[in-house]
Design a protein around this ligand. Structure first.
Ligand SMILES: Cc1cc2nc3c(=O)[nH]c(=O)nc-3n(C[C@H](O)[C@H](O)[C@H](O)COP(=O)(O)OP(=O)(O)OC[C@H]3O[C@@H](n4cnc5c(N)ncnc54)[C@H](O)[C@@H]3O)c2cc1C
Length: 319
């Protein structure tokens, strides 16, 4: 199987989860190429080679500085026809899923969207996909001239740099006119650590309910001390204690930090689906029988309103 991987760029730098898509592709086949589109993206193309892509198709042009769906989809369709790839893979970011939908429409191909994992069955790409709001996970395949898929961020380990180099193929931008003019991109919440990129996450669950405001304040303070992002269970989100963007789990974000601290979270299977690949899991729970302790490396049986501030004080002295 030959897989082309979209390496998304932002301001001339690679979007980190693209390296995860590349890593997953390399775990399935050694016939992996990459597509880099943007402006001043030569370094990203070289890095894609260093991380294992054999051939890197590059469209480096001022007209591609910002993601423009019409232009990027036309470029990707062109490169797909040149590259002889059987499959095209992107990270399931906003731009990645837009791109795949448009390419799928152009090529009349199905898309395996939001895969939690991918495997190969001969030349068939098999995507593990959540359906019915994540109630069921299915193995899905697609038909069409090329197999398209997006991989959820943090669902795979990134391809690591090896010092290898790729054939760099410079491609002329597709001669299409965009229907939308993207004038600028405004970034939300500058300074806040993104959940999917964080190395440390402190999450709160329904266990904060005796005083949700104080509970998430304490969790936020510990997160600040540790340079961590704040996560949450769905119960905490549904109760309105914290916004959905913080939700970890099957219907939230999949995370894979070095350290995950679960505070007042029982450990339902749908929550575990989003965080059980974390390297070290610390659970704080009043109930010594809580299922979260079965996946935790370290468990603290206690009231999070006592334990979290105590951890914060201890951490402040150490960091
Ligand atoms: C289709 C579907 C998709 C779902 N997707 C997700 C998802 O993406 N993410 C997700 O998280 N869930 C998801 N769920 C919900 C999931 O099944 C659980 O209901 C949810 O994870 C429970 O959240 P919780 O652990 O915070 O709450 P609970 O299960 O109520 O657990 C609260 C825990 O806090 C402990 N506790 C209480 N007070 C304290 C205290 N003061 N100090 C310490 N511990 C305390 C309790 O002992 C308990 O273990 C989904 C469910 C369905 C059906």
């Amino acid at each position: 199987m030959q897989i082309l991987v979209f390496i998304e760029t932002d301001g001339g730098a690679a979007v980190a989860s693209s390296w995860e898509a590349l890593g997953k592709a390399l775990s399935l086949t050694d016939q992996v190429s990459a597509l880099v589109i943007g402006e001043n993206v030569g370094d990203v193309a070289a890095e894609a080679g260093s991380r294992g892509a054999k051939t890197v198709y590059v469209i480096d042009d001022a007209s591609r500085a910002l993601f423009d769906l019409d232009l990027y989809a036309a470029d990707a369709s062109n490169v797909l026809s040149q590259s002889e790839a059987d499959a095209f893979l992107a990270s399931h970011t906003g731009n990645g899923r837009d791109l795949m939908a448009a390419v799928g429409f152009d090529l009349q191909a199905g898309v395996l969207a939001d895969c939690l994992d991918l495997s190969a069955d001969g030349d068939k790409l098999v995507g593990l996909r959540p359906i019915y709001s994540g109630n069921i996970l299915v193995d899905a395949t697609t038909s069409g001239p090329v197999q398209l898929a997006t991989l959820r961020p943090r669902a795979a380990a990134p391809a690591e740099p090896t010092g290898a180099s790729a054939d760099i193929v410079s491609v002329t931008p597709a001669a299409v006119a965009g229907r939308v003019e993207v004038q600028k991109v405004e970034r939300a919440e500058a300074g806040e650590i993104s959940l999917t990129d964080a190395n440390v996450i402190v999450s709160g669950g329904r266990g904060v309910s005796k005083d949700p405001e104080l509970g998430f304040k304490l969790i936020g303070e510990l997160a600040d001390t540790l340079g961590a992002a704040v996560g949450a269970s769905r119960a905490a989100v549904d109760a309105g204690f914290i916004e959905y963007k913080h939700q970890v789990g099957q219907t939230g974000k999949v995370v894979r930090p070095d350290l995950y601290i679960a505070c007042g979270i029982s450990g339902a299977v749908q929550h575990l689906a989003g965080m059980n690949a974390s390297k070290v899991i610390v659970a704080i729970n009043k109930d010594s029988e809580a299922p979260i302790f079965s996946v935790a490396n370290y468990g603290i049986v206690g009231d999070l309103f006592d334990v979290v501030p105590a951890m914060n004080e201890a951490a402040k002295g150490k960091l």
